[in-house]
Write a protein that binds this ligand. Sequence first.
Ligand SMILES: *Cc1c(COP(=O)(O)O)cnc(C)c1O
Length: 403
Amino acid sequence: MNEKEIIDIENKLMANVFAKKPVVLTRGKGALVWDVNGKEYVDCTGSYGVALLGHSHPKVVEAVHKQAEKLISCHAGFYNDKRAELLQKIVQITPKGLEKAFPSNSGAEAVECAIKLARKFTGKPEIIAMMGGFHGKTMGALSATWDKKYREPFQPLVPEFKHVPPDNLGKVREAITDKTAAILVEPIRGEGGVRIPPNGFLQGLREICDEKSVLLILDEVQTSFGRTGKLFACEHEGVIPDVMCLAKPFAGGLPIGITIAKKNIMSSLKVGEHSSTFSGSPLVCAAACAAIDVILEEKLAERAATLGVYFKAKLEELQNKYKIVKEVRGLGLMIGVELRFDVLNIILKAMDRGVLILDAGKNILRFLPPLVIEKEQIDKAISVLDTVIGEEENERLRSATSN
Ligand SMILES: *Cc1c(COP(=O)(O)O)cnc(C)c1O
C-alpha cells in the first residue's frame, strides 16, 4: 500500500476521532521515526510519551520475541512467572508503602480501578479532581477529566465528581465533605498544557488528605518512569500517594496500565469486584520487565533531568528571540512552549522539516521525546523551530502592517 491508499483507508474505516497529521509512520529507532516514503523525523512526541526508551528498543524487542515463543496469554486466574516478576519490580521502584497492584491495559483503566478502589475502601462516593486535569476518556475517567469538549456530549457522567480550581490548596480544603473519598490529581497537568503546580502543592495535598482522611490518588500516567527527571514526579516533593496510576511508557510501547496502592487499600477489592481479561498478560509483562530494566540501567531519569535543562535553555533562547513565544515551562523531558496563537501551523511546518511535535491545547507546543534522544537531535529540533517560528512571526508582522 502506498501513502495515499493507507491514509484513505484509515480515514474511511476508522472512527474519525483523532486529529490526524498526513504522515504514515512505518519504522522507528531511538528518537527517530521514518515514514512510508523513507523520510526521517526527530520524534519529539514519543508517541504521546509512550516511546520513553526510544522506538523498538533492542532489549524490549528481544524480551517480546522470547516471550512470544513461550507463552503470550495467561489469564490472571492462573499464575505466571513474568507477571510475578513485573509486580516485584513495580513494588520495588514505586514509593515506599505502595505494595499491591492491579495491572491493566491503559491509562484510563488504571484510573477506573483507582476510582472504584477509592469508593470501595472508604465507602464514600465523591471524587475531587482539578479543573484542567486529564484522566482518560472512559466514562469513569472522563468524569474526572475537565475539558468540556470531551465531557459534554456524553452526559450524564458518573455522579459525585467535582472539579476545583487547580494549584489552590484552600479550594481543595473547602471542597472536601463527609462524602469525599479521594482527591485525584496529576503531578503536572500534561494534556492541560504542561502546567506545573507551585512548589509544595503536592505536599500540601498530602497533609490535607491525612487531616481529613481522604485518599490521595496520583495520576502519573504521563509523568512517570523518568519523564520529569525522577522515576516518579511525586519524588520531587517526597510525597507518597495512597494510590498511583501508571501507564503510557513502561511496557516499552506495548499497551499497559497499572494501579498500585497501599496494601490495606487494594485489599478492599474482593474476588470478582474488579478484573480484566488481559490483566498482567505475559507478553506485555515481559516487555515491561525489560523496559524497567533499561530505564534503571541506562539511568534514563537522570538523563531526562540533564537533557531537559539543555532543551529548556535552548527553547528559552527562542523565547527571547521571538515575541510570539510567550512562555517555556517543564520538568525533565516534559516541556511545554506557550505561543500567543494557535500552534497547528508551526506543528505542520516543523513536520515538513522533519520534526514531530505535539500540542497541548490550542496555543501550546508539547515535547515528550524519548529519553534516549541525543543532543544533536534536540539541536535539530531547535534549529527547525527557530526557522518555522521565525517564518510565522514574520508572516504575522507582515499581515499586521498591511492591515
Ligand atoms: C494519557 C493519559 C491518560 C489516559 O491514558 P489512556 O491510555 O489514553 O487511556 C490518563 N491520565 C493521564 C495523566 C494521561 O496523560
